[in-house]
Ligand binder design. Structure first.
Ligand SMILES: [Zn+2]
Length: 303
């Protein structure tokens, strides 16, 4: 999912990272048959108030506004539209189906997080997912459609460890399928002009959060970074250090992590599950302890 950001003010970069993962997860969960794009503007209450007044004749600030580009027949959502119907909103610039525009108030994110007693991150993810669901054809005017929308929102948020209810009942932990899907979405962002070997990783943390990474090459070849380390570094710099599974996908052979990545993973999670899938769709998995036997780690330095 390509997000075209418009930031009226600086926001915590951790929030936009999380929103990107949530957006990837939303189109995966919905099962949209084409690559998608969306524009997201993050603004303050005053700006969203003006938009709400000018475009919807509602004279107040709100948390999120959605302006879908696709018209959905009754009962249909983006995942049930044909490629032909989706093509109506094809955008040549992003090379994707433009689902529409979202406007989210950063003031409302903060105020509602405090009012509901949950994290700013969770509120930001919820508002993005709520808005995206509208852009994908969901609504909450009638009771049955509201139930459908709520179920979809919870399903998406649950898969990135951001379900609105802690340990929401009946919700499965993040599945291997979902994690591999997020790794594939990250792979689409790989910067690999030299090797053309694209890799994506999705790192699942103990608390259910997911961090994505792709490989990033450089004209000075040795400076290139692998997808796995990108994901680990993103997670650690956002305060996460407990990892349970890493899913890795590639556009070529089965992407078992290189020696450097095994060593970096070993620093934080010596027994992490490593789940791999190559372009042929064949999956395999091993615990890191089998990929890096007798690994040198913090324990060897008495830490
Ligand atoms: Zn590596």
């Amino acid at each position: 999912m390509k997000i075209l950001w418009q930031m009226d003010q600086p926001v915590d970069p951790g929030l936009t990272t999380l929103m990107q993962t949530a957006a990837d997860c939303a189109v995966l969960t919905e099962g949209v048959a084409q690559p998608c794009a969306v524009s997201v503007r993050l603004c303050d209450d005053e700006a969203i108030h003006a938009i709400n007044r000018d475009y919807r004749q509602v004279d107040r600030a709100t948390d999120v506004l959605s302006f879908p580009l696709l018209a959905y027949p009754k009962g249909k959502t983006a995942g049930s539209l044909s490629r032909h119907a989706l093509a109506q909103a094809w955008d040549d610039e992003t090379n994707a189906v433009m689902l529409g525009d979202l406007v989210i108030s950063v003031d409302h994110i903060a105020a509602q997080a405090e009012a509901y007693g949950h994290s700013v991150a969770r509120e930001a993810a919820f508002l993005l997912v709520h808005g995206l669901c509208h852009l994908m054809g969901y609504d909450h005017m009638e009771e049955d459609e509201q139930r459908r929308m709520r179920t979809m929102e919870e399903k998406i948020l649950n898969q990135i460890g951001m379900s609105r209810e802690e340990n929401a009942e009946g919700m499965e932990p993040v599945s291997d399928e979902a994690l591999l899907g997020l790794a594939r979405a990250a792979m689409e962002r790989a910067y690999a002009p030299y090797s053309e070997f694209s890799v994506g990783a999705a790192l699942l943390c103990e608390d259910g959060r997911v961090f994505q990474g792709c490989n990033i090459e450089n004209a000075s070849y040795p400076l290139s970074n692998c997808a796995e380390r990108t994901a680990v570094f993103k997670a650690v710099s956002e305060g996460e250090k407990s990892f349970t599974t890493i899913a890795i996908t590639s556009n070529g052979s089965t992407p078992w992590p290189c020696g450097a990545c095994r060593q970096v993973l070993n620093e934080f999670a010596p027994s992490i599950r490593v789940l791999v899938e190559g372009a042929d769709g064949v999956r395999d998995e091993l615990p890191l302890s089998a990929l890096l036997p007798h690994g040198f780690g913090p324990k060897d330095l008495g830490k």
